[in-house]
Design a protein around this ligand. Structure first.
Ligand SMILES: [Zn+2]
Ligand SMILES: [Zn+2]
Length: 145
């Protein structure tokens, strides 16, 4: 994957009217370091800076990032919301657990390129990309059943 430059992201946040805080930098650093979408809970475990913060504050920050188009939300409901940088993947495939809400990114070879070409031809849309979420029950949850 192509690592996104944190300074560049911070500049985009500031251009969008966000304040450049330590927390913002920590959140963006974390998002640019991970291949998979992360939950708020995971953020607090992965980063000392974020771990020192309450989850509501982090959630609001991520909502802000979503609004300005820097992060995307994946997942079933608010409690299980996962976030990922908008431009960290050319396209995205995810699998989401319907029981615990965990989300992971899939790295399988994509077979939908030809479909995008057809859609572009048919609709005249440019710069197509797609996002696919598969739903199922994760190994942890099936073991617990
Ligand atoms: Zn699960
Ligand atoms: Zn794909």
């Amino acid at each position: 994957m192509i690592l996104t430059d944190t300074d560049d992201l911070i500049k985009r946040c500031r251009d969008a009217g966000m304040r450049s805080t330590k927390l913002l930098r920590a959140a963006l650093e974390l998002l640019s370091q991970t291949d998979s979408p992360v939950s708020i809970q995971q953020c607090t475990e992965m980063s000392e800076e974020l771990g020192a913060c309450d989850q509501v504050t982090i959630y609001r920050l991520f909502e802000r990032l979503e609004k300005v188009g820097i992060a995307r939300r994946i997942g079933l409901h608010e409690r299980a919301a996962h976030f990922i940088l908008t431009d960290s993947f050319h396209h995205r495939h995810f699998v989401c657990c319907t029981s615990c809400g965990s989300v992971r990114a899939l790295t399988d070879h994509c077979t939908l390129g030809h479909m995008e070409e057809h859609i572009a031809e048919e609709t005249g849309y440019q710069k197509l990309y797609h996002e696919l979420v598969f739903y199922g029950v994760c190994p942890k949850c099936s073991d617990a059943a």
